[in-house]
Design a protein around this ligand. Structure first.
Ligand SMILES: [Cu+2]
Length: 491
């Protein structure tokens, strides 16, 4: 680890510590039940809240695969689902029940599988005591179904979310977005995968079925009694979970697997590698397949980003174990993510073709804008261009069809990232340097590390206009205000 990284890690912890004592943050948080909004009150002093449960024994739990949600009915055009938001008790630490907030009672939520061009309708019933708003991250969706921060499903109410899925095969995820409580809702369990496939992907000889595996990575902090600890800090979340279980193991055959890796953490960026040091092949990023496969030894993902990789376990003899490691700010408990145990051989007809998808050609920009991200530690608010989120303010208005360059600057010593609803974009450069091939495909979230300026190219030619949003997807930051309104207008 370089001294720079040590400094950043220390500052991440320090920033969280100072934020935790800001009363305004807690005033808009939830009560001890993790549901009820609490009245204005001072936050507890940071030094009173440091006792956490010990890290669970690593590689002791089998990695579960989130269940696929079954439709309640289907027609020739539409799949109908019911996905209630309900509190639940789940076993995260072995033998201990933890109260969480879930979609459909499971932690994480069930996986919804969709097909490009086919309609998905999700009926949502909110059984919590606070308002919710389900955002489908990465979806090309109209404003009314985007799950915006102010578009709440009130306690006891229900509504339908309708997705037309006019987009390519991609690994998306749904999560809560109710402003000021989205960070706590997501932290307490409100997220799940939404996988879109299409004819192009289906025709490729990539690993499929049981060899196409979601790897949903997040961190969490638990109190000694097993309840969740939540305080907007980075260093009070030392327990790594994959698909809801602590540092699990996963038994694989000696063949190729497609791993759909999602960083579902609130604040923690990762850089994944295999403990063997071997290469793997990245085939997709946020918004679908790359044009060509990218052979690499490293997969960096900040919160909300996705990376699909092909790992060929046939190079390992049966009996071998390979650990998925994190090389970014690796504290003792966050260095090892999970373990793959090669337990059998298997026939493998899959392959990674040299061409994966045809991406739209980048268009020439006519507008350039700059966005500066920072946390105001005196008030505990997140800001974009010096302003904290205001639902009544028009921040950025773009013309439908325009192509723009957005220059995003991180003014802080802590990591941020940048997510835009509805659209996808291309990363042009990071501090003037072209992105790695794995980040050169279609993205909807890009990390912006300390001292970085990232330029992206975005064309607002998706089939919808209206009010959308852009924000830091270190979601505690957006819940503190690092978010703004994006109005796409047809002229
Ligand atoms: Cu941020």
């Amino acid at each position: 680890m370089t001294s720079t990284r040590r400094e950043i890690l220390a500052l991440m912890a320090a920033a969280g510590g100072s934020l935790a004592v800001t009363g305004a943050l807690y005033a808009r948080g939830l009560g001890d039940d993790g549901q009820s909004p609490v009245a204005l009150q001072p936050a507890p002093a940071a030094e009173t809240v440091t006792q956490l449960a010990p890290i669970a024994a690593k590689f002791a739990a089998a990695m579960p695969i989130p269940a696929t949600l079954r439709p309640t009915s289907t027609t020739s055009t539409t799949d109908y689902y019911t996905l209630p938001v309900v509190p639940a008790s789940v076993e995260i630490l072995p033998g201990v029940l933890t109260s969480v907030l879930t979609y459909g009672g499971s932690f994480p939520g069930p996986t919804i599988r969709a097909r490009a061009g086919r309609r998905t309708v999700v009926k949502q019933l909110n059984s919590l005591t606070s308002g919710t708003s389900m955002h489908l991250h990465g979806a090309v969706v109209d404003e009314a179904n985007d799950g915006g921060p102010m578009d709440l499903v009130q306690p006891g109410a229900s509504r339908n979310y309708t997705y037309l899925n006019p987009q390519a095969a991609s690994t998306l995820w749904y999560h809560d977005h109710a402003h000021h409580v989205e960070a706590e809702h997501v932290y307490r369990g409100m997220s799940g995968l939404y996988l879109i496939t299409d004819d192009n992907e289906a025709a490729l000889p990539l690993p499929k079925g049981q060899y196409d595996v979601p790897i949903m990575v997040r961190d969490i902090g638990l109190n000694p009694d097993g309840s969740l600890f939540f305080d907007h800090q980075f260093d009070t979340r030392p327990q790594i979970l994959v698909n809801g279980k602590p540092q699990p193991y996963f038994q694989v055959a000696a063949r190729k697997y497609r791993l759909r890796v999602l960083n579902a953490s609130n604040l923690r960026p990762f850089e994944f590698r295999l403990s063997s040091g071997h290469e793997f092949t990245q085939i997709a990023s946020d918004r679908g397949l790359l044009a060509e496969p990218f052979v690499t030894t490293s997969l960096p993902l900040s919160p909300g980003e996705r990376g699909d990789i092909i790992v060929d376990f046939s190079r390992y003899p049966v009996g071998t174990s390979i650990v998925l490691e994190n090389t970014l700010f690796p504290q003792d408990s966050t260095k090892e993510i999970m373990r793959f145990d090669v337990v059998r051989t298997a026939y493998d007809a899959s392959s990674v073709p040299a061409r994966l998808a045809t991406l739209p050609a980048p268009l020439s920009p006519t507008v350039t804008r700059t966005f500066e991200l920072d946390m105001d530690e005196t008030t505990g608010t997140g800001r974009i261009n010096g302003l904290s989120y205001d639902e009544n303010r028009a921040d950025t208005t773009v013309r439908w069809g325009d192509t723009e360059v957005w220059e995003i600057k991180n003014l802080d010593f802590i990591p941020h990232n940048f997510h835009i609803h509805l659209v996808d974009f291309r990363v042009l450069d990071i501090n003037g340097v072209a992105p790695r091939a794995g980040e050169a495909g279609l993205k909807d979230t890009v990390r912006v590390m300390p001292n970085e300026t990232v330029r992206i190219l975005v064309t607002f030619n998706f089939p919808y206009a209206g009010r959308y949003y852009y924000h830091c997807h270190l979601i505690d930051h957006s819940s503190m205000g690092m978010m703004a309104n994006l109005d796409i207008v047809r002229s």
